[in-house]
Design a protein around this ligand. Structure first.
Ligand code: NAD
Length: 703
């Protein structure tokens, strides 16, 4: 398939990009386009060309699947294709509707004229992948729309409607009817008037005070970009457009692009981009698996999670029946939902009428019979198997056959929950994260008997409510919390060894984590873990579950909600202040266990905590709990504040090299006082390291 169709009508060749879904500029398409341009250019029967796209629009740009493969650089590259179009002796007119982004926009800017629809979507979003437009975009866009607007578009990667470009040279004309007919007529006018080819490269670019402007831009962008190098490189490329001739500017753009392409930040962002796309594919559930219609949802429990889950659905326009056991809890839950919307009201992102519309979608009730016609019900009651049993038995009796029964349990066995019903094929885990209306992550927990159509439905529904869904098998803590437990244990060991909570948090925040583990603990509340450990100690009397957090809780320090936890907090403030009282509790705890404190550096803190994550992630992968390594990354990126510029814990491990990771784990395991079993490298890590492979390459088959 050539991905390009060519039709000639009355001496005008219409070249249509045909590579669904967004006409990405893959190698075959580039080849076909170059050949078509050459043919049309030398065909005496053709006066002009119209370049357009089928389906979703003009073109979404480079084919991301080609990144890092030889196809990306196979001849002709986009930049040489652009050169050939620009050099064509016959006018080339881009006819632009729908998406016109990245390489697609660069291609359009190489054409001699552009006609668009007002709603066409224009962007150079490369910065979002840690790159810059590398096929002349940074040199041509400022010549067409001005330096400042071009800089804003390129540095932000934002999409703008073509309508907003009406007063710029980016568009020579707009069409509000038949775009192709208007483009052909435009071409005829160009020919009749003898306007010939008009090359963007020939436009002059002048800016008084350019030096001062770019200095200001550098300072602002540097401050906002944090660890990402791409935004500043975009500024440099634009500066080159102003102070150098066109060809020299292109050369500078290419140098900057190449540096970014090789940067770990861009590699990580491209990995995240691909991980997001990969996660929606379930290996044994084909994309076209029929799902079930979900038009009405039931939520059981109006507590912390039930309220947030309800908001996620009403935000997407889906009606929710919200069930509680008593009126007080229901009223409290509704009041919290209303309060949670206050921020959006204040910011003006939600109108009072919009709020009432949303709230009107909630049917709050104590009557389980009102759930009889829901298509999906999500249980968010107390985390106790007995309570869940009672709820699921009731649901089984009340909910119509064919509806989906979901649990938001954090750690209970979903297969056991499914067996409380007569329809385990309809039972699935939908593990939202707190606050559920804000957090993007949704772990979709696949039970042993969960139906494929139920899974397919859950994945589609996640998209509807704007969540990033990752499939997890059943195990204690699923993907995220199972890893978190190891990370938390490593952090606890470090304070036992001699570090203090604020040192551990600072080191991990410096690494890029949104928040260190002790700050997270204070935010979530230390009493939850305390209660869990007490339960576990009662269940397994010969095991020691105690941690120093128990002593904090004994002292009434439950975290932010009590004004003290691992830190202390001034009234009304969430700012954590290291507290000598905590140091004293930790020191006493160490003394009781005969531990002599030693100096613990930031490097050791990061190495241990991150390697604990990697090691457990590898076990999760090998156990088949996660389908692929990038799914684990996505869980950590979207649910646990792992920095995107490091690509996730598994990608980070691959970047370091698994050989190096295994060596580090063995070194930690051999250190005095270390829990050798905890730090033993996962067998998968050892095997892949020996084979010189990465976690990203692991497909689940036993090698
Ligand atoms: P919560 O205590 O805030 O709320 C539970 C609510 O369920 C209460 O309002 C209670 O009245 C209600 N309830 C209890 N039994 C009921 C019944 N039979 N019918 C109807 N309502 C009933 O608890 P939460 O923090 O929202 O947690 C709920 C579930 O979500 C738990 O399984 C928990 O493990 C899980 N979860 C919690 C978090 C979190 O951060 N809080 C995150 C993910 C998952």
């Amino acid at each position: 398939m050539s991905h390009l169709s060519v039709a000639v009508d009355d001496r005008i060749a219409v070249l249509t990009l045909e590579n669904p879904p967004v006409n990405s500029l893959c190698h075959e398409l580039r080849q076909a386009l170059r050949a078509a341009i050459e043919r049309a250019d030398s065909d005496a029967g053709i006066d002009a060309m119209v370049l357009t796209g089928s389906g979703a629009g003009f073109s979404g740009g480079a084919d991301i699947r080609e990144f890092g493969t030889p196809r990306a650089t196979a001849h002709p590259q986009l930049s040489s294709l652009i050169r050939e179009i620009e050099a064509s002796s016959k006018p080339v007119i881009a006819a632009i509707a729908g998406v016109c982004m990245g390489g697609g926009l660069e291609l359009a800017m190489a054409c001699h004229y552009r006609i668009g629809t007002a709603a066409a979507k224009i962007a150079l979003p490369e910065v979002k992948l840690g790159l810059l437009p590398g096929a002349g975009g940074t040199q041509r866009l400022p010549r067409l729309i001005g330096i400042e607007p071009a800089l804003n578009m390129i540095v932000s990667g934002a999409t703008v409607a073509a309508e907003q470009m009406r007063d710029t040279a980016l568009f020579d004309a707009f069409s509000d009817g038949d775009l192709l007919r208007d483009a052909a007529n435009f071409a005829r006018r160009v020919i009749a008037a003898g306007l010939g080819t008009r090359r963007v490269r020939d436009l002059t670019l002048r800016m008084p005070n350019a030096e001062a402007y770019f200095q200001f831009a550098r300072n602002t962008v540097r401050a906002a970009a944090g660890p990402y190098p791409a935004p500043l490189a975009c500024v440099e490329a634009l500066a080159a457009a102003v102070d150098r001739p066109f060809e020299a500017g292109l050369k500078r753009e290419r140098e900057l692009f190449t540096t970014l392409l090789l940067s770990p930040e861009s590699a990580a962002l491209r990995h995240v981009f691909q991980a997001e796309r990969a996660a929606s594919h379930i290996l044994d559930v084909p994309k076209d698996t029929p799902g079930r219609a979900v038009r009405k949802v039931g939520v059981i429990g109006a507590g912390t999670m039930g309220g947030g889950i309800t908001m996620s659905f009403i935000n997407a326009g889906l009606p929710v029946v919200l069930l509680e056991t008593n009126q007080d809890a229901l009223d409290r839950g509704l009041a919290t939902i209303r309060r949670n919307y206050q921020g959006a009201l204040r910011k003006g992102t939600l109108s009072p009428a919009g709020l009432e519309q949303r709230l009107a979608l909630i049917t709050a009730t104590l009557d389980v019979a009102l759930l009889s016609d829901v298509d999906l019900v999500i249980e968010a009651v107390f985390e106790s198997l007995d309570v869940k049993r009672q709820v699921f038995e009731t649901l089984d009796a009340v909910i119509r056959p064919g509806a989906i029964l979901a649990s938001n349990t954090s750690a209970l066995n979903l297969d056991a929950i499914a067996e409380f019903t007569s329809r385990p094929q309809d039972v699935i885990g939908l593990h939202f994260f707190s606050p559920a209306n804000v957090m993007r992550l949704l772990e979709v927990v696949r039970g042993a008997r969960t139906g494929k159509d139920v899974l397919a439905t859950a994945m589609r529904l996640a998209k509807t409510i704007g969540k990033t869904a990752v499939v997890s098998g059943v195990c204690d803590g699923f993907i995220g919390n199972r890893m978190l437990a190891r990370y938390g244990a490593a952090a606890h060991d470090l304070i036992m060894a001699g570090a203090l909570p604020h040192q551990v948090d600072a080191a991990l925040q410096e690494f890029g984590m949104a928040m260190g583990p002790f700050r997270v603990g204070d935010l979530a509340g230390l009493d939850i873990g305390w209660a869990l450990r007490k339960r576990r100690s009662a269940e397994f009397p010969d095991r020691d579950f105690s941690t120093v957090a128990d002593d904090l809780c004994e002292a009434g320090r439950f975290g932010q909600k009590t004004g003290a936890g691992w830190y202390r907090y001034e009234a009304g403030s969430r700012h954590p202040i290291p507290d000598p009282k905590v140091t004293a509790i930790i020191e006493q705890y160490r003394r009781q266990r005969g531990i002599t404190a030693r100096a613990v550096g930031a490097g050791e803190i990061v190495e241990r905590c991150i390697h604990a994550l990697i090691n457990e992630g590898a076990r999760i992968l090998e156990d088949g709990i996660a389908q692929r390594s990038s799914d684990i990354d996505l869980v950590y990126l979207s649910g646990y504040g792992f920095p995107a510029y490091r690509g996730g814990p598994m990608f980070y491990a691959d970047q370091r090299g698994l050989h190096e990771v295994v060596r580090a784990l063995r070194r930690i395991a051999a250190a005095p006082g270390a829990d050798a079993l905890f730090w033993t490298p996962a067998p998968l890590l050892v095997r892949l390291a020996q084979q010189g492979k990465t976690l990203g390459e692991f497909t689940g088959s036993v090698e």
